[in-house]
Design a protein around this ligand. Structure first.
Ligand code: PMP
Length: 405
């Protein structure tokens, strides 16, 4: 829907003022992109590969769960299935994050966690600190509560601390939240160094800003050594986890781990949206997470490692001079930086004529700015298609730069 027709719908239907900010549906836009350019290799999909989802294990677990369904399909369990909360607490403890089940609420994906924190914390005009670029879905959630943003630039080691200090000092109001994806960030694939993590927490503590650590990809490390989670360094951090990337996004099972005094208000905020979560899929996930998940993750990591390596090797041979990228150590994404005078969104139609599309970097900023970078996802595409797609992209960029491919 065009911005003009959206604006007129908002007026005609007397929608709230904020609707104009969050109504353009990202997924409708991505769908449009497909429709306009059918058939190309699409590097935009941030989902796991279907062949790396444990479907047979899910089927088995589902039939066991349904055999026992009985009378438990009524209301309750507003904070989620208790045994799953215990298991999540144990898994987090295994990763150095001391957490008890009372600090955990199971959510409808981690996206709901972002929404509920925003719902609980943000009055219109409140400031949220985000990395620039950041996760699109978080921008959508914060926009719905009429947040204002402090967008902090990143380098190879993540959020820049001097810029963070300066932005807070120069802000009209003290920001309320600092939302960050420190590990295998969406969209850049970057991981914050330990020094940055400690620095970020120190700054947030000094100003009394609540830190939200979004960590959907942390368990999908394929090289390098892990950095401690922010929540491992500071139990006051709100941590968002999910089974969307480790099992499957369609299950919609994630969680929020927060200081215990925040869980009650978050559960109340959630009741206003959906009373409580479902009571069947979380039991299926509990069976997998308590059983074969670690075995599955070994297979999944090997698959993502192969895909990442294929993309890196293809980039080395296909990209013209002046294009840069950083090797992600895990997760699903790689951030491709084109020469600065190229706008990745403006390049899309040409790329599509070469048979390849991607997510332009500008989409990952709250102000949708012009940006010369693109997010390339390697998670859901087979290796031969990755190779072919990168060759096509290299040819498109070369053409835009006026070079022979
Ligand atoms: N946060 C980030 C950084 C993500 O990349 C995603 C999914 N793309 C989410 C949250 C939402 O995931 P979920 O399916 O758990 O809602």
């Amino acid at each position: 829907m065009s911005l003009e027709s959206l604006t007129s719908l908002v007026t005609q239907r007397q929608f709230a003022r904020r609707a104009e900010k969050f109504l353009p549906s990202l997924w409708a836009e991505v769908g449009d992109l497909f429709e306009r350019h059918p058939g190309p290799i699409f590097f935009g999909n941030g989902a796991p590969a279907p062949e790396l989802m444990p479907i047979a294990r899910l089927q088995e677990a589902a039939s066991r769960v349904w055999a026992e369904a009985g009378t438990r399909l009524g209301y309750t369990e507003a904070a989620g299935y208790a045994p799953l909360r215990v298991l999540i607490a144990e898994r987090m403890a295994g990763q150095g994050m001391r957490t008890i089940p009372d600090e955990i609420m199971v959510t409808n994906g981690s996206q709901q966690g972002i929404d509920l924190i925003a719902r609980l914390m943000l009055d219109p005009g409140d400031m949220v600190i985000v990395e620039g670029p950041t996760y699109l879905g978080a921008i959508q959630a914060f926009d719905a509560y009429e947040a204002e943003y402090l967008v902090i630039p990143m380098d190879e080691e993540g959020i820049e601390l001097n810029a963070l200090e300066r932005a807070i000092a120069g802000a009209m109001r003290l920001p309320k939240l600092l939302y960050t994806i420190p590990t295998f960030q969406n969209p850049t694939g970057r991981t914050q160094s330990r020094e940055r993590r400690e620095g970020l927490l120190a700054i947030a503590r000094r100003h009394g800003i609540l830190v939200v650590e979004d960590d959907p990809y942390g368990e999908l490390r394929v090289s390098g050594t892990p950095e401690p989670n922010l929540r491992a360094l500071d139990p006051g951090v709100v941590y968002l986890g999910t089974f969307s990337k480790t099992i499957a996004p369609g299950l919609r099972v994630g969680w929020t781990a927060a200081p215990a005094d925040l869980i009650g208000p978050l559960v109340s905020a959630r009741e206003a949206a959906d009373v409580h979560g479902e009571r069947t899929t979380s039991r299926i996930v509990h069976q997998i997470a308590g059983g074969s998940l670690d075995d599955h993750l070994v297979i999944a990591r090997a698959g993502y490692r192969r895909r990442r390596n294929t993309m890196l090797a293809a980039l080395h041979t296909a990209m013209p001079e002046g294009v840069r990228w950083q090797e992600p150590e895990g997760g699903f994404f790689l951030w491709l930086e084109l020469p600065e005078h190229l706008d990745a969104e403006a390049l899309l139609p040409l790329a599509a004529t070469h048979g390849v599309t991607y997510m332009p970097g500008g989409w990952f900023f709250p102000d949708r700015r012009s940006c010369s970078a693109a997010r390339l996802s390697y998670s859901s595409i087979g290796e031969d298609r990755i190779e072919e797609g990168i060759q096509r992209l290299g040819a498109a960029i070369s053409e835009a730069l006026g070079q022979k491919p």
